[in-house]
Design a protein around this ligand. Sequence first.
Ligand SMILES: [Zn+2]
Length: 587
Amino acid sequence: MVIIGSSELYAQAPIKFEVSFKEPQAHYVEVQMEIKDVSKDYIDVKMPVWAPGSYLVREFSKNVEGFRAKTVSGGELGVQKMTKNTWRITTGKEKTVLVNYRVYAFEVSVRTSFVDASHAFLSPTGIFMYPDGQVKRPAEVTIKPFKTWSRVSTGLTPVDQKQFTYTATDFDVLFDSPIEVGNQDVFNFTAAGVNHEVAMYGGGNYDKERLSADMAKIVESATAVFGENPNEHYVFIVHNYQSGGGGLEHLNSTVLGASRFAYGTENGYKSFLSLVAHEYFHLWNIKRLRPVTLGPFDYDKENYTTDLWIGEGFTAYYDNLLVRRAGFYTEDAYLQLLASDIAAVENRPGNLVQPLSESSFDAWIKYYRQDENSVNSIVSYYNKGALMAMMMDLKILKATNGEKGLDDVMKAAYNEFYKKRAKGFTDQEFKSIAEKVAGISLDDVYEMVNSASSPDYNKYLQLVGAELSDLNKGYEIPDLGIKTTISDGKLTVQNVYRGSGAWEGGLNVKDELIGINGYRIDIAGKELERTIQASKIEDVVKILVARDGVLKELDIKLGTNKSGKYLIKFIDNPLPEQSKLKDKWLH
Ligand SMILES: [Zn+2]
């Protein structure tokens, strides 16, 4: 049997899907898949294990049931499960195979599917299967909405004259195109020459006119960085919940989580615009301009990269910066957002344990699988990556006398790797192009990326006349070194910070805090707080805890509170050069 070239033979016959909803109230999706041009006596059908953009093996096949395969005339075909996510169909001489399965969908997130009587959100890697080795085949999807539903919103290409039928040139496109089905509130706006569709599920106090105008400003501001917008049509699928957040990027669409009544508050509204900016910026950075290992994807296992500090960190830098440039944040308010990134990095012992490049590589087992010790062992490639972007930006502005900045690096990299070479970049290739734009070495930034250290932020901030200060500096504040929570009606330890008195003295996560120096600790922890505040550094306190039902008294020597209270301000009398670079930076 000839295997080589078999995928080319299939290149033109689309895999057809029909998606329907017999029992949406019970959270089920019915999928029918038609595979034509079967050439072997068996075919393996697979479901992806992860959703690109969210670096965790999620085992979507756990939600599949009732997998059956038939001939076109209805004859049952043999099916054998080969791996957790592979079904082998014995096809005999059949050229066309019909597959049916159901998917249970009840996980609310931007990267998992959810169905109930009110709507269906289909996150494609957890819904659609693919014939093994044939992800380059085109696909066609027909949605049959539940009887009370009337709309479908997706970035897939609609087929003329066929309602709710869409095509994808291959499975990479299909897997990158989430689908919202229901009665969502849809509005449109045009910006940067692109038609934008906003599909709102879940209601809320948003003002469509205001959002259209403001989202258009974000789109224009993001497009200005790269100099072109590659889409004709772009879809925002927005899920409004009592309390929602987060987003997932796609080529010509995004899924955003929002809190339905946060649009009415100043902070809530601006945070939503930052989320819009973040996911929109991704349509270039990571979806098109990307690390070499992030595409084409292997849907069967982890895809490793050391560059999420660029893919996610730079995007996290630009999200607030674009909102600032579009005029929604004042310069001072923007500086405070940077200061909160610095606090998130510096007040985390894991910052001095895990280099950024490792944080990216191990995202699958660490960032996406956080536990009680993560604060001590990992650093976020979002916050710290954003700070790397800031320092690189300021350094380039200075080196080029304000002629160039990080925008020029992003544009040059997009043109070189996506448009010219049509492939992803290696670590070294991105560094080279950034240094070419900067005209100087960026070794200092890369040293910070590859080591677990605290950057000297002021070395870069002073280039634009800004200064970081720690309001806690100089104060010796006694500290136990724990974070508490109330669990099962008891005050318990949630985290123990590396190097603190609690760490040295052996307080454990999950210990119930009962007494301090012979006195009862109340559930709010007030007595604990009062006693520590009234103590001195190096005093020993006696903490009574219950650990797995056993009472223990521990002697804990108090240390100093090491967390900083960060503030960034512009200096009073900047040099003309500093003012000039600041204006280039923030406008
Ligand atoms: Zn992101």
